[in-house]
Write a protein that binds this ligand. Structure first.
Ligand code: GAL
Length: 679
C-alpha cells in the first residue's frame, strides 16, 4: 500500500491528500495548488477520476497533454498519484453513440446522462470502451514516477448497482447457470412450485422487475448477489489490464462501507484489491459519530486487520443531505483520526479544491471557496502536522479485541426483503445499536464479516444474523462449545442460503444452541413499546419465547404487553460457553437499552473495559500494533474535556499526539491522543 513501510526499519509517512481535479481550473491555479499542498503536507492525490470526456474528446481522439503536465508537476513537488482509470463517468459522445449502455431501473426507466455513472455494469459495449481507456491510461502512465497506485473506476455501484436492463437479464442468467448448474436446481432453490413460477427455459428468467405482487424472494436475493458480483467482475477486468502493464503497482478501488450503502458485498471484494480503500461520510443524526467508528471498524475487519486507505471523507459539510451542516471546531481532525485509529494509513478527502461550478460546488474541500485564508485550510494544515507525528504507526495492524460483532451482507439483504413479518426492521441499525453499547461501556470490539475466523474472540454478537447456512450454524455451535459466548437476536437463524425457512420452530438454525423455541414471530406495531421487568422499554419485535432446554436462564422478561411474564432475553449455558437470545429490539428506546444486556454477557465472559471508569463512554480506545510497538488511540467523543488516568490502570505511555503528564492524558473537547504504550 502506498506509504506503507517495506521493512520494520523503513518508516513511511501516513498518506494525506484528496481527489484532485485540475481540469476544472485554469493552469495558473495548479501552481497555487501544489504550493498549498506542500504547505499542508499532502503526500498523495487521486487524479483523473471524472476525466474521461477530457481525455477522450471523441472516439479515437486522445488528449493526454494536460494530464502529463499535472502528473509531472505533482511529481516535481514530491506528491504521489493514485491514478484513476477514469472510467467512472462515460462522456456524452459515448452514450449518444450507444444509448444501450444506459442503466434501467426496476420500473423500466432509463437513467439518462447529465449526472454521472450512467453505465450498465454488464454492458459489453461499455466494457469495450472502458477497457480501451484503461489500456491507454495504463500504457501511458505505468512507468510514471508519480504513480503510486491505480484507482479502478470510482465508487463502483454508487449510482448504478441496480440495473434491470436486458444486458443485466442476460448476465443474470449466465450467473445463475454457473451458480445452480441446472434449471431443476434453480427451481428448487427459488421455490418456484409457489405461485406457478416454474422455469422451463433459462431465457424465461428475468431480473426482479416491477411485478404485479412481491417478486420471488430468492430471485431478489440472488439478484442482489449477482449485482454485487457484476461490479466485481468489472473491477477484475480493469485490474487485468493494469496488471499487464504495471505488475508491481498496487490496484485499489474505493469501497463505500457506510450505513446507507447496501449493494456491494465488500467482504467478498476484499480479495480483489491489493489494499482496501474506503470512502466515508458522516451520517446525520445522533448516532453519526458511532456510525463513523462502526464503518471504520468494519473496514478494518474487511481488510483482515491490515492497514487500509481512507480514500475520501469530508473536511466539513457535504452537499447531498437534506441539510448540510458544516463540521464543528475539532471535528475535522477527530473524524479523520478516528479512521486512523481503526487502521487507516491514509487520510484523504473529497476533494482538494472546492469546485466553483457543478453539482458539488457546495461540498467542502481542503481548500474551500474562501481560499487558504480560512479555518478549514488552517485545520487541514494542523492535521497534516499531526499526521507527520504518526509516522511510527504506519503499517500497524489493529490489535485483536476480545469481542466481535458479525456483519453479513446476505443477512442485510435478505432480512430487509418485502413480504416479511415487519417492514420496519433495519439490519444495519440493529448492528449499530450493539456497537453503540460497546462504545458506551468502553469495551473494544472488532466488527468483522460473518465468515471471519472466530478463534481468539470470547464474545461474539450476531445481530439479525438472518441467513444461516448449515455450516455457519455448525461453526457457531462449535465455537460456543469451545467456550465462546454468543449473542443473537430476533429474526436470526431463520433461513438457509436459499432463503428457505428452517422448520420446526424459530430461530431454526440456532434453536438447539439457544435452547429456546418460538412458534410464531411477533413484530410489534409502531405504538407498542412493552416494558421489561427491569424497566427498559423495547420495540419492533416481541417473540413469544419458550424455553426448551435445561440450563437456560431468563435474563429479562416482559413486564407488560401481550408477552407479559415471558422471556425476552435468555442465556443457555453450553459447556464453558453460552448462547444468549434477544427476542426483541433492545435499542428501540435508544442504544442504551442494549448496554444492560451486553454488560451481563461481557461480565459472564470476563471481558472488561481497558479504560478507567470515568473515561468509559466518553472516550473510544483503539489499539494498533506494529512489531513490538503498541499504539493506543484515545478519541474524546464528547464536547467537554476528559482526563484519562492511565497510571491508575498501570499503563505507561509516551505521547505521539497529545500529552501524558503524571500518567494522565488530558483530552480536550473532541480531542485525540495517540500513545506509544510500554508493556
Ligand atoms: C463520493 C464520490 C465523490 C464525491 C463525494 C461527495 O460518493 O466518490 O466523487 O461525489 O461522494 O460526498
Amino acid at each position: 500500500m502506498p506509504g506503507a513501510p517495506r521493512s520494520a526499519d523503513d518508516v513511511a509517512a501516513l498518506g494525506f491528500g484528496a481527489d484532485y481535479n485540475p481540469e476544472q481550473w485554469p493552469r495558473e491555479v495548479w501552481d497555487e495548488d501544489v504550493a498549498l499542498m506542500r504547505e499542508a503536507g499532502v503526500t498523495v492525490v487521486s487524479l483523473a477520476i471524472f476525466s474521461w470526456a477530457r481525455l477522450q474528446p471523441a472516439p479515437g481522439e486522445w488528449d493526454f497533454g494536460w494530464l502529463d503536465e499535472a502528473m509531472d508537476l505533482l511529481h516535481a513537488n514530491g506528491i504521489g498519484v493514485d491514478l484513476a482509470t477514469a472510467t467512472a463517468s462515460p462522456p456524452p459522445w459515448l452514450t449518444r453513440l450507444h444509448p444501450e449502455v444506459l442503466p434501467v431501473t426496476r420500473t423500466g426507466e432509463t437513467l439518462w446522462p447529465g449526472a454521472r455513472q450512467q453505465w450498465r455494469p454488464t454492458s459489453p459495449v461499455f466494457r469495450r470502451y472502458a477497457l480501451e481507456l484503461v489500456e491507454a491510461m495504463a500504457g501511458r502512465y505505468a512507468d510514471h514516477p508519480a504513480l503510486v497506485a491505480w484507482h479502478v473506476n470510482n465508487e463502483l455501484g454508487c449510482h448504478n448497482v441496480w440495473d434491470y436492463s436486458d444486458d443485466a437479464a442476460a448476465a443474470f442468467r449466465t450467473w445463475l447457470s454457473e451458480r445452480y448448474g441446472s434449471l431443476d436446481a434453480l427451481n428448487a432453490a427459488w421455490g418456484t412450485a409457489f405461485w406457478s413460477q416454474r422455469y422451463g427455459d433459462w431465457e424465461e428468467i428475468l431480473p426482479p422487475r416491477l411485478a404485479a405482487a412481491h417478486p420471488n424472494p430468492t430471485q431478489q436475493l440472488d439478484f442482489k448477489r449477482f449485482s454485487s458480483d457484476a461490479l466485481r467482475d468489472h473491477l477484475r477486468a480493469e485490474r487485468a489490464v493494469l496488471r499487464r502493464h504495471a505488475p508491481t503497482v498496487p490496484v485499489t478501488t474505493n469501497f463505500m462501507v457506510m450505513a446507507h450503502t447496501t449493494g456491494m458485498d465488500y467482504a467478498a471484494w476484499a480479495g480483489d484489491v491489493d489494499f482496501v480503500s474506503n470512502d466515508h461520510y458522516v451520517h446525520p443524526g445522533p448516532q453519526g459519530p458511532d456510525e463513523l467508528s462502526f464503518s471504520a471498524n468494519l473496514t478494518s475487519g474487511i481488510a483482515g486487520g491490515e492497514p487500509w486507505f481512507l480514500m475520501e471523507h469530508s473536511t466539513s459539510a457535504v452537499n447531498w443531505q437534506p441539510v448540510n451542516r458544516p463540521k464543528r471546531a475539532g471535528e475535522l481532525a477527530r473524524d479523520s483520526l478516528t479512521h486512523v485509529a481503526h487502521g487507516a494509513d491514509a487520510v484523504c478527502y473529497f476533494q482538494w479544491r472546492q469546485s466553483a461550478a457543478g453539482a458539488e460546488k457546495y461540498h467542502s474541500a481542503m481548500v474551500p471557496h474562501a481560499g487558504a485564508d480560512s479555518d478549514v485550510f488552517r485545520a487541514v494544515v494542523d492535521l497534516g502536522r499531526t499526521l507527520g507525528r504518526l509516522a511510527p504507526v504506519v503499517g500497524a495492524r489493529r490489535e485483536h479485541a476480545r469481542a466481535a460483532i458479525l456483519f453479513d451482507w446476505d443477512s442485510w439483504w435478505a432480512s430487509e426483503l418485502d413480504s416479511h413479518p415487519s417492514d420496519r426492521l433495519r439490519y444495519h441499525r440493529e448492528a449499530l445499536d450493539w456497537y453503540s453499547a460497546f462504545l458506551a461501556l468502553g469495551v473494544r470490539v472488532d466488527v468483522v464479516p460473518a465468515a471471519s475466523d472466530l478463534a481468539g474472540y470470547d464474545v461474539v454478537v450476531a445481530p439479525v444474523l438472518h441467513v444461516v447456512p448449515a455450516d455457519l450454524a455448525a461453526r457457531l455451535a462449535a465455537w460456543v462449545a469451545d467456550g465462546g459466548h454468543l449473542v443473537t437476536t430476533y429474526f436470526s437463524g431463520i433461513v438457509d442460503e436459499h432463503d428457505h425457512a428452517w422448520l420446526g420452530g424459530y430461530p431454526g438454525a440456532f434453536r438447539d444452541l439457544l435452547g429456546v423455541r418460538v412458534q410464531e414471530m411477533a413484530p410489534l406495531l409502531d405504538d407498542e413499546a412493552p416494558r421489561l421487568d427491569d424497566g427498559r422499554t423495547v420495540g419492533l419485535w416481541a417473540d413469544p419465547v419458550d424455553v426448551v432446554a435445561g440450563g437456560v436462564e431468563v435474563l429479562s422478561a416482559y413486564a407488560d404487553g401481550e408477552q407479559a411474564g415471558r422471556p425476552a432475553v435468555t442465556r443457555h449455558a453450553v459447556g464453558h460457553g453460552s448462547a444468549t437470545y434477544v427476542g426483541t429490539r433492545l435499542g428501540a428506546a435508544g442504544p442504551d437499552g442494549v448496554a444492560a444486556t451486553l454488560r451481563t454477557v461481557l461480565d459472564g465472559a470476563g471481558v472488561r473495559s481497558e479504560l478507567p471508569d470515568r473515561a468509559r463512554g466518553a472516550v473510544e480506545l483503539t489499539v494498533r500494533t506494529r512489531g513490538a510497538a503498541t499504539f493506543w488511540f484515545l478519541v474524546n467523543r464528547t464536547d467537554a474535556p476528559v482526563d484519562v488516568d492511565l497510571a491508575g490502570e498501570g499503563v505507561r505511555a509516551e505521547a505521539l499526539v497529545g500529552e501524558v503528564a503524571d500518567g494522565v492524558v488530558a483530552l480536550s473537547a473532541r480531542g485525540v491522543a495517540v500513545l506509544r504504550v510500554a508493556h
